[in-house]
Design a protein around this ligand. Structure first.
Ligand SMILES: [Zn+2]
Length: 63
């Protein structure tokens, strides 16, 4: 068993559930824009947040 250092990965706090989550590879490109730990949280947060975002590219690629 190899031990991975969790501390190596950057972390953020989910804007929906308020829990910290760690960097994931699928977010490598979009890490700056990631605010939620999961898609469900993202949809929740999107609903909870009245903030209008500039429509950059319309949709966020899930993959
Ligand atoms: Zn969350």
């Amino acid at each position: 068993m190899k031990m991975r250092r969790k501390g190596d990965l950057p972390q953020k706090t989910c804007a929906a559930c308020g829990r910290p989550f760690a960097w994931r590879r699928k977010w490598a490109r979009d890490w700056e824009n990631v605010r939620y730990c999961s898609q469900s949280c993202r949809s929740k947060g999107a609903n909870a947040e009245p903030v209008e975002r500039p429509a950059r590219n319309g949709r966020v690629g899930g993959r």
